[in-house]
Write a protein that binds this ligand. Structure first.
Ligand SMILES: [Zn+2]
Ligand SMILES: [Zn+2]
Length: 151
């Protein structure tokens, strides 16, 4: 099953985008594939799907430094919308950094560039961080205790 939580096979969902075999048709598909690329720690894909104007400030090294520490355990797409120039995707992406569980709630803005969807920027909403104890249910929703799963 795909990392992005679509309940489709990865090969029929995000992987062909990450492998460069297909282009996402919508900002939502791009956003999902960028999430999956974080799960796979494919920082090259994350970097090249930034809008050109954002690539310098989001270097591959800084993406790597973040991806090293973050284990993504869940994605929830809340809603998608569009304006004449952009598409927007609001989502919650949950990751673990050690035993801290962080939910990133963002409304991302995407644009078309070189005939492809690219990530421009996003508005972040405050989300509390949670410390997970060894006996708590794992935030990846496997149904196992944290210590037996991602702990
Ligand atoms: Zn997917
Ligand atoms: Zn887990």
């Amino acid at each position: 099953m795909c990392y992005c939580g679509s309940e489709r096979e990865a090969q029929a969902c995000c992987l062909p985008f990450i492998a460069g075999q297909k282009q996402p048709d919508s900002a939502e598909q791009l956003m999902r594939s960028r999430y999956s690329a974080y799960c796979l720690k494919d920082t090259g894909y994350i970097h090249r799907t930034y809008a050109q104007s954002k690539r310098a400030e989001n270097s591959e090294a800084s993406i790597s430094a973040f991806a090293e520490h973050a284990t993504f355990v869940g994605l929830e797409v809340i809603q998608c919308s569009e304006s004449p120039e952009h598409q927007f995707v609001e989502f919650k992406a949950t990751y673990l950094d050690g035993s801290t569980c962080i939910t990133m709630h963002e409304r991302s803005r995407f644009l078309r560039e070189d005939d492809q969807w690219r990530y421009l920027d996003g508005e972040l909403f405050a989300c509390p961080e949670k410390k997970i104890s060894r006996n708590d249910p794992c935030p990846c929703q496997s149904g196992k205790k944290f210590k037996k799963c991602h702990g």
